[in-house]
Design a protein around this ligand. Structure first.
Ligand SMILES: Nc1nc2c(ncn2[C@@H]2O[C@H](COP(=O)(O)OP(=O)(O)O)[C@@H](O)[C@H]2O)c(=O)[nH]1
Ligand SMILES: [Mg+2]
Length: 465
């Protein structure tokens, strides 16, 4: 489901290997009309949102032709929409309207999307295409339900590969050297590999375990050839990251409890998740149950406004459980689809913190049986091994359903992901690759392993469906 209640699906699966075949291209009447009105005189009544073809501006014909002839890919289409557009102005809105009309998007929803985006631009003080192009593509991908399409996945893979550059240096660079210096895989090889993994923040225990599993894999494959090792490692990592997601039926509102120590990125992650949910057409409430500092409440409120979510808070110092209690009333009465509950990451003692989280959980469950449906632990990749002790603590004290790993961009400690995945078997659902809204993306273990090893998506996925 996307932002729009109905859209025409013009994107065909990748297997359709004739990118310019008429069947794969937009060819509805609207585009045809506009395309054939080339020679018509320019209309002077600009500004009103009208269906394509109803007006005769030459750009409509040109855009229609460009869209019709191009590959059905979001990035390509956006490129055409943005041709000749330099900043956010009426030209851009008209061209977006044209695209939506071609996709047979209900007009009111198209207008809502545009209004929403304009609000965002104003809040962020963005004007030029270069400032917002990427955010616009991300929004379109979510709104049109195209995030899983090849195009968007490749874009994400690129970002992941960039973000993991320093971690990759730590791991891949050294493994390459290891492979180059050994004629065959022997005891010495395994010892050195263990060291490399420990240095890359995989951690002592997990490094031993991983080496053991790789030994077994090499034995089964009957090889001691270093040239075969990279494939073994890739397969092993892809296996490790294959923790199943828990999917449970939810009676709305779905309640998401965000937990984690201070500074890991809980509040910004709530904003990013709320943004995603909004773009997927959901009605979102954010509850400020981190009442520790007034500034934390204000920060969350600013984000709620920016992403178009509703917000519930009490004054600083209030009982967090009371905030959760009231927020559930608001959510149940207001017909919300999803509620995010922010929590404090520090209290005077760990015991206090865990007791408080228990209390919040009890309240949520009492108000809405089944809630919280997801307890998401946020951990910061840059803290390396600390992330492991935090996971252990929160998991034992109050249960963790999912992990979101933030700040993977630019850290050399991304090896921690391997340790987290191996030690707890808790699914990692999203990773943070930067501070922008679009920088929180679903975690794909297969792609992650490839990016970590510097392998391209095409070469590294022989066994995909
Ligand atoms: N580079 C980077 N910074 C992030 C990411 N996630 C959060 N941050 C930053 O981390 C800082 C702390 O985030 P905040 O949400 O306030 O943490 P909280 O105390 O857990 O609520 C902020 O400056 C965020 O912008 C990420 O994925 N990458
Ligand atoms: Mg916070």
């Amino acid at each position: 489901m996307g932002f729009f209640s109905a859209i025409k699906k013009l994107w065909t699966p990748r297997e359709a290997d004739a990118p310019t075949a008429p069947a794969a291209a937009p060819q509805d009447a609207a585009l045809q009309d506009a395309a054939t009105q080339d020679a018509a005189p320019q209309d002077t009544t600009t500004g009103a949102p009208t269906a394509p073809g109803a007006q005769d501006a030459p750009w409509r014909a040109e855009l229609a032709r460009a869209l019709r002839q191009s590959e059905p890919r979001l990035s390509v289409w956006l490129g055409h929409v943005l041709t000749g557009v330099e900043q956010a102005d009426d030209t851009l809105w008209e061209r977006l309207r044209f695209l939506f009309a071609a996709l047979e998007t209900p007009e009111a929803e198209a207008e809502a999307f545009i209004a929403d985006f304009r609000r965002w631009l104003a809040a962020m003080d963005y004007r030029y295409v270069s400032d917002f192009r990427s955010e616009l593509q991300y929004r379109l991908a979510l709104a049109l339900d195209l995030e899983d399409e090849e195009d968007e996945r490749n874009r994400l893979f690129l970002k992941l590969t960039e973000g993991l550059a320093r971690t990759r240096e730590q791991i891949t660079g050294r493994i390459d050297a290891l492979l180059a210096s050994h004629g065959r895989i022997d005891a010495q090889f395994w010892e050195e590999l263990e060291e490399i993994l420990i240095m890359a923040d995989v951690g002592f225990e997990p490094a031993m375990q991983l080496t053991g599993r790789l030994k077994e894999r090499a034995r089964k494959a009957g090889t001691d050839d270093p040239a075969a090792f990279r494939d073994l490692l890739r397969e092993e990592l892809q296996d490790i990251f294959r923790a199943p997601r828990r999917i449970a039926a939810v009676t709305p509102p779905e309640v998401v409890l965000m937990i984690g120590v201070n500074g890991v990125g809980k509040t910004t992650t709530i904003a990013k998740l709320a943004h995603r949910a909004r773009m997927q057409g959901k009605k979102v409430l954010i509850a400020a149950a981190d009442t520790f500092r007034a500034a934390a409440i204000e920060q969350l409120e600013v984000w709620a406004k920016r992403v178009g979510a509703d917000f519930h808070a009490k004054s600083a110092g209030s009982d967090p459980a009371a905030v959760a209690f009231e927020a559930m009333d608001v959510a149940l009465e207001g017909g919300y689809d999803i509620v995010f509950v922010d929590t404090a990451g520090r209290l005077h003692t760990k015991v206090n913190l865990m007791e408080e989280l228990h209390k919040i959980r009890r309240i949520l469950e009492r108000k809405h049986p089944g809630a919280p449906h997801r307890s998401i632990l946020v951990i910061d990749a840059t803290t390396g091994q600390n992330a492991l002790s935090q996971t252990k603590l929160f998991n034992e004290a109050c249960g963790v359903d999912e992990i979101v790993l933030t700040k993977l961009d630019g850290t050399a400690k991304g090896g921690i992901v391997v340790a987290v995945a191996m030690q707890f078997g808790i699914p990692i659902t999203f990773v943070g690759l930067g501070e922008k809204m679009e920088d929180l993306r679903p975690f794909d273990g297969g792609d992650f392993a490839l990016a970590l090893l510097g392998v391209g998506r095409e070469e590294g996925r022989p066994d995909t469906e």
